[in-house]
Ligand binder design. Structure first.
Ligand code: DGP
Ligand code: NA
Ligand code: NA
Length: 214
């Protein structure tokens, strides 16, 4: 491995049941076996006090106004911003299961006129920007085939349908520059390989850009 100055920031996104958690785990293992130091993270981080409020909301144990919910999710990301930056600067690669892309899309998917993608984007401005966001895409049919949703707030087919549409819309906005769509309908090993190839390409591009700068 070359003496790279900083670690990468990698995000895995997708609909519920797209296989995000499995691919997150495998990507982390693969990077470690290549010699990278890796920090695993996920949002929402339900262990903090803000995260506990989010958890109660998602489980239906508490009511919250929709804008408040969005700001809680955003604050939950901001809580970790300093440690994300510190890790990257130390040369550690940070791999996150969900980030502000989910944040923007799930909140806007509620369909309120006063809670647009643009509104939802605002509190996220200034969070560390990922080098790559891998969006695991599966069709609504495949999603249904993979078995029932859980009982959490957003786990209905109507909500997931809107989330999927908005993930597509997001790709046309500036954040879309960071997003690569992964067909997550295939087998686990195939998706894993696809993800690894894109991450390696991103790392090679980043090194090239650094070399050109130096
Ligand atoms: P997970 O623990 O990965 O299953 O995520 C919990 C749920 O929270 C999932 O349905 C996606 C949703 N979510 C993640 N970030 C945000 C956010 O910023 N705003 C809203 N409204 N929902 C979010
Ligand atoms: Na979920
Ligand atoms: Na997950």
């Amino acid at each position: 491995m070359c003496q790279s100055s900083r670690g990468a920031l990698i995000v895995i996104e997708g609909l519920d049941r797209a296989g995000k958690s499995t691919q997150h785990a495998r990507l982390c293992q693969n990077l470690e076996s290549q010699g990278h130091r890796v920090n695993r993270m996920r949002f929402p981080d339900r262990t903090t006090s803000i995260g506990k409020s989010i958890d109660a909301y998602l489980k239906g144990e508490s009511e919250q106004e929709d804008h408040v919910v969005h700001l809680l999710f955003s604050a939950n990301r901001w809580e970790a911003a300093t440690s994300i930056r510190a890790a990257i600067e130390e040369g550690i690669t940070v791999v996150i299961d969900r980030y502000y892309y989910s944040g923007i899309v799930y909140s806007a998917a509620k369909g309120r006129k006063d809670l647009s993608l643009q509104w939802a984007r605002e509190p996220e401005i200034g969070l560390p920007r990922p080098d790559i966001c891998l969006y695991l895409d599966i069709s609504t049919e495949e999603q249904a085939k993979r078995g029932g949703f859980g009982n959490e707030k957003y786990e209905t087919s109507a909500m997931q349908e809107r989330v999927r549409e908005l993930f597509y819309k997001l790709q046309l906005l500036p954040d879309g520059q960071d997003i690569q769509v992964i067909d997550a309908g295939g087998n686990v090993a195939g998706v894993e390989k696809d993800i690894m190839e894109r991450v390696e390409q991103m790392m090679a591009d980043t090194r090239l850009a650094e070399d050109l700068r130096n």
